[in-house]
Write a protein that binds this ligand. Structure first.
Ligand code: NCD
Length: 352
């Protein structure tokens, strides 16, 4: 693995190795305090973030490495009109690894085409968020022993929730899973994710009621309605506050349920759930830091490499208004297949 852009790029063996490394760090963090001594990470956050940015920063600091970057896009030269390509070329001259979060879908993939050092996708718009998935899988595996065979409820904003998309992609590596996709119809999974589940024969049902399925679940993964991604503010108003998990609803749930949430929470989990033994979302954030340590440890030590030349594009072939190809026209017109459908290789949106 050279970059971590999407869980589709990782094999089961690579995941198992990363998990072993995270586990070794969790069991004895002091043994790793110098493991990235002299290594420098560039954290480019073009979109607001506290936990993911802090998690990556503390991960690098706990390995003895250093971090530079920005958390406000207005402080980068892209605000002056610099292209993403030039920004990445510059930053990869200074850093050993690049961590980036953007509102544009496919931006981390685009950056990886030009970077001399590994790129980590820390969230690209409503598309993917693979390191949150590392946190999620590490939490489930540490607390349940294995991911295989679980019944998993994904609840809330499945349309714009990138953590859900990444998690489903990663779950393809495991077997015997059942997915309960709990959302209002307007916030159901995007077409490319449905096509992915179909292509990989992933068992799933779409439901609108949390109460109806809660007794079946081993894991309940709650998500925030992603207000910043709605084009129509009325659509947000119609759907906000639609699922609220509280103690009463949990009466129907299994005694060993794992209640997870990538955080930040708005109102989808009542604070009275926090003291329930089944609520693991704050542990999940801590596991996330260890998982990121394992990832940085691997990628920050990779040799610098000139990326192979890529074709120069002229105009976007993808019609997703949030796709990185809409603003960076020099990007190559890369296409991939999901099932039988041709899709944009940056943001996965089907091409019309
Ligand atoms: C998530 C994100 O940014 O997508 N947060 C995170 O990384 N922990 C979830 C969210 O913002 O709702």
């Amino acid at each position: 693995m050279r970059h971590l852009i999407d869980f589709g790029d990782i094999t089961r063996q690579e995941w198992d190795e990363l998990y072993q490394q995270s586990s070794a760090i969790i069991d004895d963090p002091d043994a790793f305090v110098d493991a990235c001594h002299g290594k420098v990470s560039a954290n480019l956050f073009f979109e607001p973030s506290t936990r993911t940015n802090f998690s990556f920063q503390t991960a690098m600091l706990r390995l003895g490495g250093s971090v530079f970057g920005f958390a406000d896009p207005n402080s980068s030269s892209m605000a002056k009109g610099e292209s993403l390509k030039d920004t990445i070329k510059m930053v990869s001259a200074y850093a050993d690894v690049i961590v980036m979060r953007t509102p544009w879908e496919g931006a981390a993939r685009a950056a990886s085409l030009y970077s001399n050092v590994p790129v980590i996708n820390a969230g690209d718009g409503g598309h993917m968020h693979p390191t949150q998935t590392m946190a999620d899988l590490t939490t489930i595996t540490r607390l349940r022993g294995s991911v295989d065979g679980l019944s998993i409820g994904l609840c809330g904003d499945l349309k714009y929730g990138r953590t859900v998309h990444s998690l489903i992609k990663a779950m393809e590596m495991f077997s015997g899973l059942k997915f309960y996709l709990i959302s209002p119809r307007e916030l159901a999974l995007p077409e490319y994710m449905r096509a992915f589940m179909k292509e990989h024969n992933m068992w799933n049902v779409e439901v609108t009621s949390l109460e109806a399925v809660i007794p079946q679940l081993d894991v309940l993964y709650m998500t925030r309605v992603q207000r910043e991604r709605f084009v129509d503010p009325l659509e947000y108003e119609r759907n906000k506050g639609i699922y609220i998990l509280n103690r009463r609803k949990l009466d129907q749930a299994r005694k060993d349920l794992l209640i997870m949430h990538p955080l930040p929470r708005v109102d989808e989990i009542d604070v009275d759930v926090d003291d329930d033994d089944r609520a693991v979302y704050f542990d999940q954030a801590r596991y996330g830091m260890f998982a990121r340590m394992a990832l940085l440890l691997d990628l920050a030590h990779q040799p610098r490499e000139n990326p192979p030349p890529v074709e120069i594009g002229t105009e976007p072939v993808c019609h997703n208004p949030n796709c990185i190809t809409q603003t960076e026209h020099y990007l190559p017109p890369l296409v991939k297949k999901i099932g039988d459908t041709e899709c944009c290789a940056f943001c996965d949106t089907p091409l019309e």
